[in-house]
Design a protein around this ligand. Sequence first.
Ligand SMILES: [Zn+2]
Length: 210
Amino acid sequence: MSLLYDISRTITPSLAVWPGDAPFSFEHALRTSDGASVNLTTLTLSAHTGSHADAPYHVAGDGAHPADLPLDPYLGPAHLVTITRQHGGIVPADFAGHDLAGVERLLIHTWVSDLPDEQWPDDFPYPTVELIDWLAAQGGVLLGLDCPSVDRFDSQDLPCHHRLYQYGMVNLETLRFAGVPDGRYELIALPLKLGGVCGSPVRAVLRSLA
Ligand SMILES: [Zn+2]
C-alpha cells in the first residue's frame, strides 16, 4: 500500500511570509454562533502564501497566470534529496553520490524544513543558474524547494526565476520535507485555477511508489 506524505506548510495567520508581503488573514462574513445558517469566511492572502507555485507572470509581464499553466509538471515522478549545504548557492556538486540521471522533478530537502511555520528562514540556501542548467539537461520540468525562493533572498535580477522561465520549467517554494525519507515518489501539487495573479498556494503531497 502506498504512503502519502503531506509536504505542505499549514496556512494560518501566524505562518511566516516573505518580509513585507501580506500575511494570511481571514474574517467571518457569517457565523452560526450569530444565528446564520452557515459559517462563511473571507480570506486575505498573498499568492505566495505557504507552499506555492510561482507563475511566470511573477517575473515576466507577459508570463502565464496559474489558470493558464500546464498541469503535467505538477504531477508525476519526483526525487527527494537531502543536501547538507546550509547557506549559499546550491550547485550540482551538492548532489554528489545520488543517482539523478533523467530526474524530472527535483525536490531539495534542507534545514529549512525543520523550522516551525512561524519562523522565517534567514540566510537560506538557494539554487544557482548552474543547477537549473544541469536540471534542464536531465530533462527536468520542476524544481521544488523547502526554501522560500529559487533565488538569493536579496537578489534583484532573479537569475534562477528567469532561467526556469526560459526553459519552460516550473518551481514550487516553501514546501516542507521534515520526516520524509529521501527517495523516489509521485509528486502531486496542483496550483489553483487562478486568473490574473502571479502564483498559487498548492496542497503538495508525495505518494510512495511501493
Ligand atoms: Zn514564490
